[in-house]
Design a protein around this ligand. Structure first.
Ligand SMILES: NC(=O)c1ccc[n+]([C@@H]2O[C@H](COP(=O)([O-])OP(=O)(O)OC[C@H]3O[C@@H](n4cnc5c(N)ncnc54)[C@H](OP(=O)(O)O)[C@@H]3O)[C@@H](O)[C@H]2O)c1
Length: 188
């Protein structure tokens, strides 16, 4: 497994099969061909709320990543967006629009970026096996259980549960070219 990290020192885990590459997705010199060498699938859990206020940082990266995936033969791609990011051609439900305009206002740029990524994948990358996870994350706390794919509900999960879900979902054939949310099983 290979991880690209802007700040590798933040990574608390080490594993003999984990290779950490220091780098930024905004670096034009980032060697995507080298990063994708021998890679079957890519998971992107990227966010820079401040930079995304002025620029579609993630979209610019995904527009470089997708051609590199085609070159290397990497088929699978999971992109983590948010529950407040609207899928192409659909408006968010009114309560979610209100949340986005009020308490989540400072994340609006991030959601616009996520929405541009989804439009790009929808319109220009249908040849790849991508999937978008519209996550709801509330804390960095311990696991609250197993998240499952859900079209109709998004639980407020923890970072660790979303990360585990992303890794599972990457190899779920049923999730290909979907942009569903994730929810804990009832009763949790
Ligand atoms: N947090 C939430 O409450 C929440 C809820 C629902 C959905 N989401 C979605 O989840 C996704 C990730 O958001 P997040 O809140 O997890 O973001 P985050 O915690 O702010 O950062 C995610 C990661 O992106 C890395 N990163 C940022 N800019 C980078 C760059 N230029 N090059 C390489 N790595 C870079 C960060 O590295 P550094 O540590 O170096 O900054 C960090 O490891 C977004 O699409 C967001 O909409 C988040």
């Amino acid at each position: 497994m290979r991880a690209l990290a802007r700040t590798p020192a933040k990574l608390a885990v080490q594993h003999e099969r984990l290779e950490v590459v220091a780098g930024s997705i905004t670096d034009d010199q980032l060697d995507l061909d080298r990063l994708l060498d021998g890679v079957d699938g890519v998971v992107a859990m990227l966010g820079d709320r401040v930079a995304q206020q002025d620029r579609l940082v993630n979209t610019e990266f995904v527009q470089r990543l997708v051609p590199a995936m085609r070159r290397s033969g990497t088929r699978r791609f999971l992109y983590q967006a948010g529950g407040l990011s609207a899928v192409p051609g659909r408006r968010l439900a009114l309560p979610l629009r209100i949340v986005r305009r009020t308490i989540a206002k400072s994340y609006d740029g991030q959601h616009r970026d996520n929405e541009a990524v989804m439009r790009y994948l929808d319109e220009q990358a249908r040849d790849l096996e991508w999937m978008v996870h519209r996550a709801g994350i509330g804390s960095d706390g311990p696991s609250r259980g197993e998240l499952r794919r859900s079209r109709h509900w998004i639980s407020i999960g923890t970072f660790v549960d979303c990360a585990a879900y992303d890794l599972r979902m990457l190899w779920d054939d049923g999730a290909v070219q979907t942009w569903d949310g994730s929810a804990y099983a009832r009763g949790r």
